[in-house]
Ligand binder design. Structure first.
Ligand SMILES: [Zn+2]
Length: 379
């Protein structure tokens, strides 16, 4: 057993981190973990935290290891944001926290899961802590790529680059860690394109598999303008339903808790002004969370859609090669036969453009309609 057991397909990165644990000369107080979504940035950061806090350098079994891995250790703080950005107030809280000595361990570790979501002012606030580090505080910032983090932060951290793990490595992890059946694990790892979290979800949640299948099937069905518009609407609806399912119960519970804290009567038709303003603030926060969630689901759907056109290209050039959508070969074949390679590339461009536009805050339905119109199959 080792603390690195769930950090899969990252031999080079693990070697660097293990050396830092063993050799004080290789250690530094700020690390930047980059890698595509689902490559395990946060998992790697937590494993590193555990290894630093473990008396044996990362046995994977002692209390220090276990609590560091699940982020319940007193000296490990994992900051994940569900909003669209990490605000300057949050960053200042982190800087304060970083100034404190560790309470029980050798180090105090602060993991920022979405360092790419730091606002400019928040990043500036963090910078001070990185420039004048507290002696035993270690920062671990995670982001998709170095370009996503402002240069001043980049230049003060050591960079650890994670790669996309292989399909087989992800499947093995699902079998070993989550007890998933081997063929299901292989399907899920492939369909999720090695995104570990998504693969786990696909393997365990039948609804997620059905939704993915619906999105993939769209590629083989869009012929008329009406069908294109309908497909765009379907993607938005799928995303909104998923978002509502994920947040409904939690939103209501948060509201009930807030009313309780404020001593307000939850059944009252009108609330006093101070309660109303707090409830309104909570609702704004919940709305932001739902927006981000919906946008993430739409983006995932587009990644799935994109994989069909890429598969179609692969199918045309290297028939028999393994496809992401091995389970939907009929759709891939239909698309491959209907489009020329140039048209397939244009379709991939259209999906990429829609992702960029939604990322830049264009209304999803609008961006998706424009995309779907360029995905129409020739009659
Ligand atoms: Zn240990």
């Amino acid at each position: 057993m080792s603390v690195w057991r769930d950090v899969i397909g990252q031999e080079a990165a693990v070697a660097v981190l293990e050396r830092a644990v063993r050799d004080p000369a290789s250690m530094t107080h700020a690390w930047l973990f980059t890698g595509p979504p689902g490559s395990g940035r946060s998992v790697a950061a937590r494993a590193f935290a555990a290894a630093l806090l473990c008396p044996q350098g990362g046995c994977g079994e002692c209390r220090e290891c276990r609590t560091a891995l699940d982020a319940t250790h007193a000296d490990v703080d994992v900051i994940a944001t569900e909003g669209l950005s990490i605000k300057v107030e949050q960053a200042r809280d982190l800087v304060q926290l970083a100034a404190h000595r560790p309470s029980v361990g050798r180090y105090r570790v602060i993991v920022v899961e979405d360092a790419d979501r730091l606002t400019e002012r928040a990043a500036d606030a963090l910078l001070k802590a990185l420039e004048e580090p507290a002696p035993r505080t270690v920062w671990m910032l995670c982001a998709p790529s170095v370009e996503d983090v402002i240069i001043t932060i980049r230049s003060r951290s050591r960079h650890v680059r994670l790669r996309t793990p292989s399909v087989e490595a992800v499947a093995d992890l699902l079998v070993r860690r989550d007890g998933v059946d081997h063929s299901m694990a292989l399907y899920a790892a492939r369909a999720a394109q090695s995104h570990v979290g998504l693969a786990r979800r696909l393997a365990r949640d039948e609804h997620a598999r059905i939704r993915r299948h619906d999105v993939v099937s769209m590629a083989g069905k869009i012929v008329s303008v009406g069908e294109a518009v309908g497909a765009a609407q379907d993607i938005v609806t799928i995303a909104q339903e998923e978002s509502a399912a994920a947040s409904g119960e939690r939103d209501a519970a948060e509201r009930a808790r807030l009313l309780e804290v404020l001593g307000a009567d939850p059944t009252a038709r009108t609330q006093p002004p101070h309660v109303r303003s707090q409830v309104a603030a909570l609702e704004r926060e919940q709305m932001t969370r739902a927006t981000r969630f919906t946008r993430d689901v739409v983006d995932r759907a587009l990644v799935d859609l994109l994989s069909v056109y890429r598969d179609a290209l692969v199918h045309r050039t290297r028939a028999g090669a393994a496809l992401v959508n091995e389970d939907s070969r009929a759709v891939v074949t239909r698309v491959a036969e209907a489009f020329t390679p140039e048209q397939l590339l244009r379709a991939m461009d259209a999906v990429g453009t829609a992702r960029e536009r939604i990322g830049a805050n264009v209304a999803p339905l609008l961006a998706l309609e424009a995309m779907a119109l360029s995905l129409r199959l020739p009659r």
